[in-house]
Design a binder for this molecule. Structure first.
Ligand code: CIR
Length: 254
């Protein structure tokens, strides 16, 4: 069960966020704020306490707070973003994390790691080796996990921005999979829900206690998740999609 969630309000500079989809246009700030309000409301429906941090204009992507820390039951790892414009964002979360964790660890250079590349399945953490997360960063996280009797493994990847761009663990052995992860051997033991190519953005869902948050207007994905017996809440994240962000990126859950 998750008790706490941390989010950061979007900055007006979100329009300068990193994107691989410039053809979608720039995010509209007013809409982004409304969508963020609705995201917070949906999280509250899941029964968690939502801690809302102020916008940080210096970092266009700072609302994607998932990338700056990896929260486990026993410790928190402050990451080291691989994207140049995001370096330093991680420092701004440390004071907040001190309210929740006694054990705070830090990824050290030359290691890089972004939380979007880390997927928790019980005590096991899958770590995607993406353009943002390198082997050194992954090994530092694995060593920290092992010192607390947990473990991790690395996943090679080629196409996706982050591991969780194409994967979401929905508990009960159910895994949402898209694109390059559909036939990845590492995930053979799971009951897979395969995301259609035209809905691949919707692979970035989150299970929060009794509900799965699913992006709005991805009808086939929603149907498949409901058919697996799970309760769905939809949230519109279209403004965040324009800068490659989704439901998981917008929060830290622990
Ligand atoms: C970035 O490229 O860093 C942001 N525009 C999007 C971050 C998405 N975060 C995530 O998938 N965890």
């Amino acid at each position: 069960m998750f008790k706490n969630v941390i989010v950061r309000r979007p900055a007006q500079s979100l329009s300068n966020g990193i994107t691989s989809n410039p053809q979608l246009g720039k995010p509209n700030y007013e809409n982004a704020l409304v969508q963020h309000d609705n995201y917070i409301k949906a999280l509250k429906l899941c029964g968690v306490n939502v801690h809302v941090l102020e916008a940080d204009e210096r970092y266009p992507d700072s609302c994607f707070v998932e990338d700056v820390a990896v929260c486990t039951d026993k410790f928190v790892m402050v990451t080291s973003p691989g994207a140049e414009s995001r370096k330093g964002e991680e420092k701004e979360i440390v004071e907040t994390l001190r309210n929740f964790y006694e054990e705070i660890k830090f990824i050290q250079a030359p290691g890089t790691l972004e939380g979007g590349d880390v997927m928790m399945v019980g005590d096991h953490y899958y770590i995607g080796l993406s353009d943002r997360t390198n082997g050194e960063g992954a090994q530092q996280l694995i060593a920290a996990l092992e010192s607390y009797n947990m473990n991790g493994s690395v996943i090679d990847m080629k196409e996706m921005l982050h591991l969780k761009t194409g994967l979401a663990y929905l508990e009960d052995n159910i895994l949402l999979v898209a694109g390059e992860f559909i036939s990845h051997k590492a995930f053979d033991q799971y009951t897979k829900i395969i995301i259609d190519e035209d809905e691949s953005y919707a692979a970035n869902c989150i299970r929060v206690n009794d509900f799965v948050l699913v992006p709005e207007r991805f009808y086939k994905t929603r149907e498949k998740i409901e058919a697996a017996g799970l309760k769905v809440i939809t949230v519109d994240t279209s403004e965040y999609m324009k800068v490659d962000g989704g439901l998981s990126c917008l929060s830290l859950r622990f």
